[in-house]
Design a protein around this ligand. Sequence first.
Ligand SMILES: Cc1cc2nc3c(=O)[nH]c(=O)nc-3n(C[C@H](O)[C@H](O)[C@H](O)COP(=O)(O)O)c2cc1C
Length: 208
Amino acid sequence: MDAANSTDLSDDLDAVLADIWQRLGRAAKDRRAAMHTPVIATITADGIPTQRVMVLRAFDRATATLRFHTDARAAKVDQVGYTGAVSVLAYDPGAKRQFRLTGVARIETATPAADAAWAEATLFAKRCYLADPAPGTVSQSPVSGLPADIEGRKPDDEDEVAAGRDNFALLMVQIDTIEFLHLAHTGHRRARFHQTESQIWQGAWLVP
Ligand SMILES: Cc1cc2nc3c(=O)[nH]c(=O)nc-3n(C[C@H](O)[C@H](O)[C@H](O)COP(=O)(O)O)c2cc1C
């Protein structure tokens, strides 16, 4: 059986937490992993919950931090600025696992990490950040937002997409709480993990 799709689960909180870390790491690296595109929830300035799908670009186990890429002008960037609190939801139907992650988000635009992520991005990915006017702007007609001279084709070189760097941002989410749910005919399992101030992850079983 493919271990990544295994629905086997040990009734041991440490093993469950290890399983979560392993799956988040794989989700960041594997474009075909179900958890590669989780849903990120924020709260608007009016107090209204809002969500969007984002590509999980990296996961750092040491700091329990998820990395996403976004346009610095996007609404979600303002919303993170308002509260910093975000919820991330990932579901893998093959593994029958739902991860409900809560944490604190920050935006990075001019850090070494942002520079490195930009350097690694493909020309097509960088092209997304050339939208003018900004993403979310009301338009009188259906538009991609990209300049006409680059729409519908691969950029020739870095010079063509360089202007996008100013609009490129990292959305970093440092997880502090994980709620885990595993569905099984033999009995569902639910657990919550929380990182204490001394950086220890404490787990507890919950009734599913
Ligand atoms: C499969 C998929 C992947 C997406 N990946 C990203 C992403 O990595 N970064 C991003 O900013 N938006 C991504 N989006 C678009 C967002 O879901 C959203 O529509 C957009 O970012 C505007 O969100 P906002 O107005 O809340 O900022 C993706 C959408 C889909 C359907």
